[in-house]
Write a protein that binds this ligand. Structure first.
Ligand code: GDD
Ligand code: MN
Length: 388
């Protein structure tokens, strides 16, 4: 945070008690990401209020426009208790980015994240705050695994996947010794957040991991144990896409400084698209007996639609297009990629006639085409230009 200028101090009343909060201001902000949690919100609110008795807190619920009207219910609650607020995002999805925006929307010196579905034990918040107040740590993690590896009610596959992912990242120097670096329940000092926020990838579910890996200096972490509870209402949003996002986050932390992880994802989807194209062509032309030209045209359409759909789910899962926007997106994607193909062939041809090897010329063409497609569709198909 930048220091205040003198006139700003006077204006904010900070002159008399520098760096002190006014009596009503929250010390702790609890950020609650929600998607389709209407059935849990009121119970969560009453549990938080009970667990945070005596603490100046506020709750920022960040809802991604849940169709069940979670945001409306939170606003209703806020009319009765102004410590509750709702930040509603439209046309966006993502647990980590929701939490980041919630943190940016509060001035509290301590920031916590807790799920809305009552799986995280809210009674741990007060002891977590106590640790931070004591100055022993920058981050306190509520760990599912500190008291042993068992999480009740988890199917075997979820258990194995969680253990595998935890092991996978456990070897990273900054995470060594942590039992649960993938926890979604943690608290940190505002300074630690502010020092890191511009370097976060904010992709997917694992914000804590993102923060620990992005911090300019290693953060001091303390873990406290709790029992991860079973979800009572609603459904988990952890699906295959979240797994892909986890891999993207790791990639972004590894190579993101040089190549955007989204581009790698886009390129991987493009690679699959080539296989789809060839398979369609083989099917229709080779075995189906269709003429080459119409078969090739059909294969191009199929592959392009496949690429668009997959990019829409994975590469741009956080800005997914639906309904009419999906069709418009498809059209702009097709248009952009046609121009990309012309650029690809053009560059390759120019290089080839200048006696570059055919392989090098082809690769250069493909790269130019891919970068073109990525940049243009990122802007027109999934960018701000695609809505409004
Ligand atoms: N705003 C927003 N946007 N919230 C979301 C989104 C989203 O796209 N997706 C999920 N949420 C909210 C859910 O409504 C819930 O409050 C919370 O994020 C966690 O989602 P779940 O779908 O219940 O995830 P989980 O229980 O499988 O996993 C959670 O707990 C684990 C243990 O702490 C996640 O927080 C994991 O990251 C974590 O490891
Ligand atoms: Mn959950």
């Amino acid at each position: 945070m930048r220091a205040l200028r003198e006139e700003e101090r006077v204006a904010t009343g900070a002159t008399l008690r520098p760096a002190r909060r006014s009596s009503g201001a929250p010390e702790l902000a609890v950020i609650v990401p929600t998607y389709q949690e209407r059935a849990n919100v009121l119970e969560l609110a009453s549990r938080l209020t009970a667990a945070l008795e005596g603490i100046a807190f506020e709750v920022v619920v960040v809802d991604d426009d849940s169709p069940d009207g979670t945001a409306d219910l939170v606003r209703e609650l806020a009319l009765h208790d102004p410590r509750f607020r709702c930040l509603q995002r439209i046309g966006r999805r993502g647990l980590a980015s929701a939490c980041v925006e919630g943190m940016l929307a509060t001035a509290a010196p301590y920031l916590a994240v807790i799920d809305a579905d009552l799986q995280h034990d809210e009674r741990l918040l007060a002891p977590m705050l106590e640790v931070l107040r004591g100055g022993r740590a920058d981050v306190v993690v509520a760990s599912r695994y500190l008291d042993g590896p068992e999480v009740p009610g988890w199917a075997e596959d979820r258990r194995l996947a969680s253990r595998f992912a935890t092991r996978l990242v456990g070897g990273l120097p900054r995470l060594r010794g942590l039992s649960d670096p993938l926890s979604g329940f943690f608290m940190l000092r505002r300074e630690a957040f502010e020092a890191t926020v511009r370097d976060l990838s904010a992709i997917g579910f694992k914000l804590l991991l993102d923060i620990l890996l992005s911090a300019p200096e290693p953060l001091r972490v303390v873990e406290l144990p709790y029992r991860f509870r079973e979800r009572r209402e609603g459904r988990s949003k952890l699906d295959a896409r979240v797994v892909v996002e986890f891999v993207t986050l790791l990639l972004d932390k590894l190579v993101g400084a040089w190549v955007p992880a989204r581009f790698l994802m886009f390129a991987a989807v493009g690679g699959l698209g080539v296989l789809v194209h060839l398979a369609t062509l083989a099917f229709v032309h080779r075995w189906g007996g269709a003429e080459f030209l119409p078969a090739q045209a059909l294969a191009t359409m199929v592959a392009m639609t496949f690429n668009f759909a997959l990019n829409n789910e994975l590469t741009y899962g956080d800005r997914r297009l639906r309904g009419a926007a999906w069709l418009r997106g498809w059209a702009s994607f097709a248009l952009a990629c046609s121009v990309g193909t012309i650029a690809n062939v053009g560059v390759a041809t120019v290089l080839f006639v200048r006696e570059t090897s055919w392989l090098l010329a082809a690769v250069a063409g493909i790269l130019v085409g891919a970068v073109w497609n990525y940049t243009v569709t990122g802007f027109y198909t999934w960018g701000s230009r695609s809505r409004g």
